[in-house]
Design a protein around this ligand. Structure first.
Ligand SMILES: NC(=O)c1ccc[n+]([C@@H]2O[C@H](COP(=O)([O-])OP(=O)(O)OC[C@H]3O[C@@H](n4cnc5c(N)ncnc54)[C@H](OP(=O)(O)O)[C@@H]3O)[C@@H](O)[C@H]2O)c1
Length: 236
């Protein structure tokens, strides 16, 4: 399989790439900075693109479609967590969060769908969250973007099934990753307080390798115990 993974430089996206490579597949990674994921595997190709720059994104995508006309699957995973009451966000911050966490995924899917439909097969995996299932205080924008991704995934699943394209939404609870580096909370320290990026990678690869004709529509994963630590923001 040849799989394009967004948000591939750290956390879940990196774990997905590592798992794909370990299983003998190829991965194309998208993120802004691969300095933190040096990988000399020849089956891994990295492209440094700012997905939140929606003005330039269509041109980048046109180049990617031309370079990779026959990909098997996409893991649309890039995203960032920003939390607070709605009025704490500037208008610019609101736009930036929705641009990255929702609209950039729509653009990537839109760019590649025609070639997938022509091929009569393909798989889109969207990275949702438990925040795609339940709205929570201080999470209005993050939840809104993830709910929107869930709606997109459901609609595309219905729209693209006849063309042989599968659509999966993955909804993890708290995953121990750099996601929390700039947040003032994180999962508790015990191993049953968090999911590992490798756990999420495992279910994604399972969804991708399920027999054609079967779709894992939505996958929800949670840490066994939901323990959250507050006041954890790392001092710079
Ligand atoms: N951690 C959790 O508890 C959790 C739970 C549920 C869902 N999720 C979701 O899982 C996804 C991955 O999160 P993670 O936990 O793996 O966090 P992470 O380690 O911070 O990974 C985020 C990835 O997105 C990339 N990214 C961020 N802004 C970008 C931009 N403007 N353009 C291109 N790439 C960008 C980052 O790379 P660069 O910084 O190099 O650009 C990085 O590779 C997110 O969608 C998140 O909402 C996370």
């Amino acid at each position: 399989m040849r799989v394009l993974v967004t948000g591939a430089s750290s956390g879940i996206g990196r774990a997905v790439c590592e798992r794909l490579l370990a299983d003998g597949h190829s991965a194309i990674g998208i993120a802004r900075d691969f300095g933190k994921f040096p990988c000399d595997d020849r089956r891994f190709e990295a492209h440094e693109i700012d997905l939140a720059d929606l003005d330039r994104l269509p041109t980048h995508l046109q180049n990617l479609v031309a370079t990779y006309p026959a990909l098997d699957a996409f893991v649309l995973n890039a995203g960032t967590g920003r939390f607070g009451t709605l009025e704490q966000f500037s208008y610019e911050q609101i736009r930036a969060l929705i641009d990255l966490n929702f609209t950039s995924h729509v653009f990537v899917a839109r760019a590649f769908l025609s070639s997938l439909k022509k091929a009569g097969r393909g798989h889109l995996v969207f990275m949702g969250s438990e925040a795609a299932l339940t709205g929570t205080a201080q999470g209005s924008l993050y939840c809104a973007a993830k709910f929107a991704l869930r709606g997109l995934a459901q609609a595309l699943r219905a729209e693209c099934a006849r063309a042989g394209i599968r659509v999966t939404l993955v909804n993890p609870g708290m995953v121990q990753s750099p996601f929390f580096d700039e947040l003032d909370f994180q999962p508790g320290p015990e191993p049953d307080n968090y999911i590992l990026p490798e756990d999420v990678a495992e279910v994604i690869v399972q969804a991708l390798t399920t027999r054609d004709g079967t779709v894992l529509d939505e996958i929800n994963l949670s840490p066994q115990k939901k323990v959250i630590e507050f006041g954890t923001r790392k001092k710079k």
